[in-house]
Design a protein around this ligand. Structure first.
Ligand SMILES: CC(C)(COP(=O)(O)OP(=O)(O)OC[C@H]1O[C@@H](n2cnc3c(N)ncnc32)[C@H](O)[C@@H]1OP(=O)(O)O)[C@@H](O)C(=O)NCCC(=O)NCCS
Length: 199
């Protein structure tokens, strides 16, 4: 059990998505946190997600590499999507980001979206999800990359805290984005090094 998980709850379980029911739970949590479904004060203080997936897209991503979730009894406390480069055609909205990543020349994958259910925020679930990513994927990838809207300071703060660093800022048709990466091949000091997600 990681330090982060203990801070969240002893009952919390981290691991790979198990099937359609959990993919549906991801879509439900995503829908409740879409920028178009939140009021302005919530967007500013709590953060928001932009990309809307379909069940079909999540299934195709899942077939390539299962995403990682934090389970709290029968519900999801949070999720962090795994997008290997082969997922690139599935989500056209992310094309501007993938174009920028072509020059990286490293073994990377994209963390496609992270969301924590509101009652679980500020309780270590964020760190626990990324710790599970690192433990389950670091043997095949040197770094994890993602992007955060410049209008989401809460998410940016949390990402920098776990070890991400800014790679680039750019603007596309929807927003201003901060492209960030967490290099596992270089860092020694990582949060919660003793965790054991269920894989
Ligand atoms: C963004 C999100 C994943 C972060 O998870 P969380 O459990 O809330 O994160 P944590 O509490 O561990 O960390 C948040 C950090 O931001 C800080 N913070 C909180 N509100 C903030 C704000 N409005 N502006 C700047 N920093 C803020 C906190 O103090 C904390 O930093 P600290 O550890 O240095 O004190 C979660 O809030 C969420 O799911 N929001 C809705 C969806 C979303 O924004 N997803 C990310 C899309 S990129």
């Amino acid at each position: 059990m990681t330090q982060g998980v203990e801070r969240a709850s002893p009952a919390l379980e981290l691991g790979r998505v198990r099937g359609d029911l959990e993919l549906q739970q991801i879509l439900d949590l995503q829908r409740r946190n879409l920028v178009r479904n939140l009021d302005a004060p919530s967007v500013a203080a709590q953060g928001f997600v932009t990309v809307e997936h379909t069940l079909d897209v999540l299934r195709r991503m899942h077939d390539l590499e299962p995403s990682i979730v934090a389970r709290a009894s029968a519900s999801l406390a949070g999720y962090a999507l795994v997008m290997p480069v082969a997922c690139r055609p599935f989500v056209p909205a992310l094309e501007p980001m993938f174009q920028r990543l072509e020059k990286l020349g490293r073994r990377f994958y994209v963390m496609g979206q992270i969301c924590i259910d509101r009652p679980w925020r500020g309780r270590g679930v964020f760190d626990a999800l990324y710790q599970a990513h690192r433990e389950l994927l670091r043997d095949r990838y040197d770094l994890v990359v993602t992007e955060v809207s410049a209008r989401n300071p809460r998410s940016l703060r949390a990402h920098l805290r776990v070890g991400f660093q800014e790679l680039e800022r750019y603007r596309d048709a929807t927003d201003e984005w901060i492209l960030i990466g967490w290099d596992w091949s270089a860092s020694v000091n990582r949060p919660g090094a003793s965790g054991s997600p269920d894989g």
